[in-house]
Design a protein around this ligand. Structure first.
Ligand SMILES: [Zn+2]
Length: 318
């Protein structure tokens, strides 16, 4: 028997078809003279990241210091800081978020660990900041500053499968673009738990697999996968798989994780836990090949740049 679980995680696809050719090597920011440029190309100026940031929002405010003089969590002027608002589902038939169930719980501070990991360790070397509500500035409802928005990932846990479908519903969905372009995603957590349950129960020896660990790993995989769409990873728009890597590439941005059992009962779980080369290269460069910012607007659009921010600037939130 062969069981192949394929989730379709396609967002709104935009065409980008150029190969990346190389990125700037950036010196560490001098916080004694930070200036208003944005050396790490994350939409926050060097000054904001050296001095710390207070976002006084309409519905919430955040205060976050600079890593130069404040322990984690902090803003790092030399790493891309990404703000991710995670809206857990609690008003559901289970009464709790899938992320909070002890058997497969994931703390919000650990959820985006793959993005925080260094490049050599399969990560993106980013600073992630998980918020549970948006500061909601007057300029936009999910802005961290007037120039930079957070991404939003909402958990949906309202469905429970009463059978194991041969064609499981998608586990997540996201738009593709940078945070300032309206990035929002959904993770269908109960579908993930049900899907893993179906897979494990269908195995010749269900007890041989740690189902809870698999559920936790898949929750982490899917949250990071959807977040990847919100920062323009897998920038190529493949004819078959869109902004994904093919089945079995074992990357977080794969079109689907693959859970498979062959005729001999050998279990294959291809669950990407790492980010892969092209996406890592792109995030290090801060932009796609056409100059579209990974975390912010099109900083190659020099028409926009004010003289005070001559390089690596971001278009404001629209
Ligand atoms: Zn996807």
């Amino acid at each position: 028997m062969t069981t192949r679980w394929m989730t379709t995680l396609l967002g709104f696809l935009l065409g980008v078809g150029f190969a990346f050719v190389g990125g700037p090597v950036l010196a560490a920011v001098d916080c004694n003279n930070p200036g208003l440029a944005d050396a790490d190309q994350d939409g926050l100026s060097n000054a904001e990241e050296c001095n710390g940031l207070v976002a006084d929002g309409v519905s919430a405010s955040i205060t976050i210091g600079s890593c130069r003089d404040t322990p984690q969590p902090c803003l790092d002027p030399d790493k891309k800081d990404l703000f991710i608002v995670v809206i857990k589902s609690t008003a559901n038939p289970f009464g709790t978020s899938a992320l909070d169930e002890p058997a497969h719980a994931v703390a919000l501070t650990d959820l985006f660990e793959p993005m925080r990991r260094g490049i050599a360790a399969g990560g993106l070397d980013m600073q992630t900041h998980v918020l549970t509500s948006s500061p909601s500035l007057p300029q936009c409802t999910r802005c961290i500053t007037p120039d930079q928005a957070a991404t939003v990932i909402s958990e949906n846990r309202t469905e429970r499968a009463n059978s194991c479908p041969s064609d499981p519903p998608r586990w997540g969905e996201a738009s593709w673009g940078n945070p300032n372009e309206g990035g929002a995603a959904i993770v269908y957590s109960q579908r993930i738990l049900d899907g893993i349950e179906c897979f494990v129960n269908g195995l010749p020896s269900p007890g041989a697999v740690n189902a809870d660990q698999l559920k936790r790993d898949q929750l982490v995989n899917t949250f990071n996968h959807e977040a990847a769409h919100l920062i323009r990873l897998a920038e190529q728009d493949d004819r078959k798989v869109g902004h994904h890597y093919p089945l079995g590439a074992s990357c977080i941005a794969d079109v689907s994780p693959v859970y498979e059992v062959n005729r001999k009962g050998v279990v294959t779980i291809v669950l990407g836990q790492d980010f892969c080369g092209p996406s890592q290269t792109m995030i290090s460069a801060g932009a796609t090949a056409d100059g579209s910012g990974a975390l912010c607007g099109d900083f190659s659009d020099q028409d926009f740049d004010p003289p005070s921010r001559p390089k690596f600037d971001c278009l404001p939130v629209n």
